[in-house]
Design a protein around this ligand. Sequence first.
Ligand code: CTP
Length: 395
Amino acid sequence: MPLRVIVGVSGGIAAYKAVTVVREFVLRGAEVTVIPTASALRFVGLPTWEAISRNSVPVDLFDGVAEVRHVALGQQADLIVLAPATAHMVASLAGGFAGDLLGTTVLASRAPVVIAPAMHTEMWENAAVRANVDTLRSRGIIVVGPESGALTGEDTGVGRMSEPHTIVEAALAQVAPQTLKGRHVLISAGGTREPLDPVRYLGNRSTGAMGVALAEQALARGAEVTVVHAHLEVSLPRGVAGIAVSTSEEMLSALMDAQPANDIILMAAAVADWRSVEVSDHKIHKSDKPETWEPRLERTPDILQELVGARRPGQMIVGFAAETDLDPETRESTAREKLVAKQSDAIVLNLVGDRVGFGEVETAVTLITASPQSLTFEGTKSSVAGRLLDALPEL
Ligand code: CTP
């Protein structure tokens, strides 16, 4: 049964960003009903909400009276998200107003409610708004943001609605099964850089998106999460313990230090396989070298293998393999060889290339274990990460 989500949209310019919130929920497989207020519809029209949610959009309290829709929508919802929540919306929630379909739906629901306020700084800091937000928090409503940054006019300050992805993550965390409660999860993310001189390095194109998605999903499932990260291009979620490193040597040492305290280790980082034997302490000038020269490279430590070597009983260690072979069978057999060679509990295989695999993109991964059957998950990195974590207990 898909997760039933109500996205309530109130009348602020951030309503256009709420379109992406709806889209992310739909891509994650949720069944979304959008309830826009009358003023929200002045910013973004009905056809957009219907097309993006792939669902009809109720607007009037007096539509569908025979089905008692003004309460049925709320009763059936698993999750309610209000994005953007204007100052007026915050006030009507605090007051418990039921003057429109969104108001009745919220009151008739026992589902968790997550709001993403968006308003100008002065309004956000106004005593009335502060008091209303405190009231909502005291009733268990989750408030996501607002963030600081450029606002609609010339001004900047606190009041920007959080990014759609942040809102969706925070909301889904409210309903995720707490399958990792009490577990400690250690994740490596990003790509290491091996210096040649103070300004140059050997690196790779990893952004850390997969490791960060795993961290978000593990947090949502109740885990204590530590992320050892190298050169992330995406932000670390709030609530994780982050340890920044740069080279493979530093990553090895941070992971080995953290290993004993963790139950599950997910080695999602792209670790450089070679580093330069000599690292110059000053910038190498063109005049220092002939036209063609070969830096001498040596192998870096295989961190995954070191972790497996130091594994304590019951600890689960998962490796990742980014492969470029276009033939799925060849890819899988390479990954199976890595599973055997590295003795990890599983290898997560994905295809990478010039235009695939890196960054916040849709992805497909295959979970390979000792069992001859493999499992493939497709979708956004977040949804794939969630399904990977849900498959781990099977191991
Ligand atoms: N890995 C590691 N230390 C390295 C290289 C890789 O811990 N020095 C880990 C990666 O984080 C990943 C797994 O090993 O979880 C597989 O990485 P990959 O680069 O695909 O495999 P390699 O063993 O390096 O094999 P090859 O480069 O020959 O494909």
